[in-house]
Design a protein. Structure first.
Length: 283
């Protein structure tokens, strides 16, 4: 079954990015948010990104206008009724996702795919909370979605070969280079990335160097585009803390245990760029 209309649940940083790449790929794209103000903010983020591309000579005004013409927003679940795939990008809370899936399934067609952009929750568990576990997949995009080429495509134990193939092909049609990831906490990327970030915090706690020097060492010494503390601020310290706790709960491996400093910074509201303060000050 061909995918023609894409639904996105949530118009935050990830949801707006997913909606943008779907519209850029030519899909009729409908974004649902709980408030009009959140929709306006997300759509403003998309326009700002495209306008920035025009200023840099990477995007034409015609491309921007064509992308925006493919986008529409709604505050009603019923607005997603015509979608062939609905990608959920809301809060990382199982109960909230479950309630949202039930509302969506009441309006979409029987052959429509459901996908979650979760970075940490079990895809099989999410699928089991729906009436179509055979048509449920994980589509884990990376931030910023319009620039990052990777999508981790995760199949639940219940996902059929046909549904997985449709989801994988859809990711490719967005101009992404997808990989097949296992349904285990952290999938592929975060399974490797989170221990690295946690180790960097532990090293800083133990006096290995200033966090600025550790960043510089990894960027200039290892060729990383940014050091671990810059990356932590970009990803969000609260997000890192949340994923680390889920992975530690699953594996009971000390490598996934959140360092005390990370916990204290999250409790203090120093979550990185989005809060204006993390390891670096953005105010």
């Amino acid at each position: 079954m061909n995918i023609k209309t894409v639904g996105v649940l949530g118009c935050g940083l990830m949801g707006s990015g997913i909606a943008q790449v779907a519209a850029q790929a030519g899909y009729t794209t409908i974004v649902r948010e709980v408030e009009q103000g959140l929709l306006d903010r997300g759509f403003g983020r998309i326009r700002k990104f495209l306008d920035g591309g025009i200023e840099k000579g990477k995007v034409t005004p015609e491309f921007r206008d064509a992308t925006l013409a493919k986008l529409s927003g709604t505050t009603k679940i019923e607005g997603l009724a015509s979608c062939d795939i609905v990608i959920e990008a809301i809060i990382e809370n199982f109960d909230e996702k479950k309630k949202t899936y039930a509302a969506v399934e009441a309006v979409i067609g029987p052959n429509a795919l459901l996908a979650s952009n979760t970075s940490s929750l079990c895809i099989t568990e999410l699928a089991s909370a729906t009436t179509r576990p055979d048509k449920f997949v994980g589509l884990h995009f990376f931030n910023p979605v319009p620039l990052m080429k990777l999508v981790e495509v995760v199949r639940a134990l219940s996902t059929t070969d046909e549904s997985f193939a449709r989801a994988f092909a859809f990711a490719q049609s967005l101009g992404k280079d997808p990989v097949t990831a296992p349904d285990r906490p952290g999938f592929i990327v975060n399974r490797l990335l989170i221990p690295y970030l946690l180790d960097a915090i532990r090293a800083y706690e133990n006096g290995l160097g200033t966090f600025e020097d550790i960043d510089k060492g990894m960027a200039l010494g290892c060729g990383h585009p940014m050091g671990p503390f810059t990356l932590l601020d970009y990803v969000g310290l609260d997000t890192t803390y949340y994923i680390a706790n889920i992975m530690f709960e699953e594996f009971k491996d000390p490598a996934y245990a959140a360092p005390p400093l990370l916990k204290r910074m999250v409790l203090a509201g120093r979550c990185g760029r989005k809060s204006g303060r993390g390891f670096y000050n953005y105010s």
